[in-house]
Design a protein around this ligand. Structure first.
Ligand SMILES: [Zn+2]
Length: 239
């Protein structure tokens, strides 16, 4: 049975040397090979908005590409590739920081986030922008008032900028619990996107959507397996 692959990316780099210690970034070269493969195999990239508005239930050969944090390189390096392949993507924005402050605190290299003008230009091309809080805290460790502020204000920031509804939200660090899920739902988001936790069926829990990570180490062979639609099986799911 085909499972909708929801891929998780972060920053896109020109050189592997800039990859940082967590190895969660991909090079533009690797990404281009991955996109070529998807194109050749006839995959259609979709967004959460597509699923919600068009009520898509048949996910065969469909895929969602997501990028967390809203790095400037998503504009300078990813956007040209999306245009080249005529692909869409979902980018989750941290709305009240100008660089990855939370990452530099953990020893990651400093990276700028996209400007408003860059976001608006990608929005016009059809990229979906979702929420990722205002400051990137671990929501499951925060008092509930902070959770609500971070989630609601972030939604408002995006909607004020784009003049359209933000319907998807990705939990920073994948940090979620029932209270956090409830806050995301009550704030008006239709989808809560996790990292590597959640059921393997897309529709089973819309507030805990599992993703498949594509990182520095992912080979093209590994990528093919990950997008095959049967990568997630009970065997791999521990929680
Ligand atoms: Zn993040």
């Amino acid at each position: 049975m085909y499972k909708l692959p929801v891929l998780m990316y972060h920053s896109v780099l020109l050189n592997k040397a800039d990859r940082g210690k967590h190895n969660i970034y991909v090079t533009k070269g690797a990404l281009e090979k991955q996109f070529s493969y998807l194109k050749k195999k006839g995959y259609e990239t979709i967004t959460f908005k597509d699923i919600y508005e068009k009520e898509i239930t048949d996910f065969k050969k469909k895929i969602i590409l997501t990028f967390d944090d809203g790095y400037e390189d998503n504009y300078t390096l990813l956007f040209p590739l999306l245009k080249k392949f005529n692909f869409t993507a979902v980018i989750f924005l941290v709305t009240r920081e100008t660089y990855n402050k939370w990452g530099t605190e953990q020893g990651e290299p400093k990276k700028n986030l996209m400007t408003k003008e860059q976001i608006l230009e990608m929005d016009r091309f059809g990229i979906e922008f979702g929420g990722h809080t205002c400051h990137h805290p671990e929501l499951n460790k925060m008092p509930i008032e902070v959770v609500f502020d971070e989630v609601r204000n972030c939604k408002e920031d995006i909607e004020n900028l784009l003049n359209k509804k933000a319907i998807s939200f990705a939990y920073p660090f994948g940090g979620l619990n029932d209270q956090v899920k409830e806050a995301v739902k009550n704030s008006g988001f239709h989808y809560g996107i996790s990292t590597k936790s959640g059921p393997i069926e897309f529709n089973e829990d819309p507030y805990r959507i599992r993703r498949i990570e594509i990182a520095t180490r992912t080979t093209l062979w590994g990528f093919k397996r990950k997008v095959s639609g049967n990568y997630l099986t009970k065997k791999y799911i521990l929680f």
